[in-house]
Write a protein that binds this ligand. Structure first.
Ligand SMILES: Nc1ncnc2c1ncn2[C@@H]1O[C@H](COP(=O)(O)OP(=O)(O)O)[C@@H](O)[C@H]1O
Ligand SMILES: [Mg+2]
Length: 257
């Protein structure tokens, strides 16, 4: 099968601390993969390795068919990445931010103009083209950041806590956009602490203390644990793997209505 992401034994050590321990998974193209876990469990470190910006200590993998160790430039050119921090230039306008990212990917002028129009529409930013990014509210900034991450038409989109600190209405709109993108064939890897968002994903991976504890569809997890509540599923797993830290580890796994 042609996977968007396929990793085997991926491990990252910082001195003698293992931040990511022997992770293996395959994500088929065109799916939404929700990568969940408490703060500090190793999600962003895994993502950095998948994006080709951090060299694994051990392990191997392919992203969009490119080798994680050897083809990092190709990987970077073909994925879109957006983080919680939104990496926008606050003193550039909406349009200028899109142009800036388009220039990084060296899009020809004509194509950049076309993408700008498409993405302003997708992000519902019409009429705000000339506004400075710094003056936009959280939900608008989030949509602009998403637009910037898509400027080069990537086939894999990686979102690291894209909805943290964003209001519920904007979160809902954001997820609507994500599901529309997936219908268009893109693959998405997303981390979130919101269980309502996790339940939208096609596949959920749960990482705890640097190890992948489970990877399955939400439906199979519900069935296996006899509950419709994902938080309960993960508490069950944590209980199984450790008798401590359940409350403190799950403080940041919010359930929203
Ligand atoms: N560059 C680094 N040097 C040392 N430790 C790091 C580095 N990056 C991350 N870590 C540690 O690795 C662990 C996992 O971090 P991270 O992947 O950011 O977790 P998450 O994204 O799940 O919150 C944390 O304990 C963090 O402090
Ligand atoms: Mg993180």
């Amino acid at each position: 099968m042609n996977y968007a992401i396929s990793i085997k034994g991926l491990t990252k050590k910082f001195d003698d601390f293992t931040a990511v321990d022997n992770l293996s998974f395959d994500i088929p193209k065109g799916k939404i993969f929700g990568f969940l876990g408490p703060n500090g469990s190793g999600k962003s470190t895994t993502i950095r390795m998948i994006c080709g910006v951090l060299k694994p200590t051990f392990g191997e993998g392919k992203v969009l068919g490119y080798d994680l160790i050897k083809d990092t430039e190709k990987i970077k050119q073909n994925i879109g990445y957006m983080s919680q921090k939104f990496s926008l230039y606050e003193d550039l306008t909406v349009e200028e931010n899109l142009e800036f990212y388009g220039n990084i990917y060296m899009l020809p002028k004509k194509l950049l103009e076309k993408r700008k129009i498409e993405l302003i529409e997708m992000a519902n930013l019409k009429g705000k083209e000339k506004n400075l990014a710094g003056t936009l509210s959280g939900g608008w900034k989030q949509r602009l950041a998403l637009g910037c991450s898509l400027i080069h038409n990537p086939s894999l989109l990686i979102l690291d806590e894209p909805t943290a600190g964003v209001d519920p209405v904007s979160r809902r709109e954001f997820w609507h956009t994500i599901t529309e993108l997936v219908k268009g064939g893109i693959t998405v890897l997303v981390t979130t602490h919101y269980m309502d968002e996790a339940s939208i994903c096609d596949i959920i991976g749960f990482i705890y203390n640097s190890k992948l504890i489970t990877i399955n569809t939400p439906e199979n997890l519900y069935k296996e644990h006899n509950t419709k509540n994902l938080e309960e599923v993960f508490i069950n797993y944590v209980k199984r793997f450790s008798n401590r830290q359940i409350i403190s580890s799950f403080n940041d796994l919010k359930v929203s209505d």
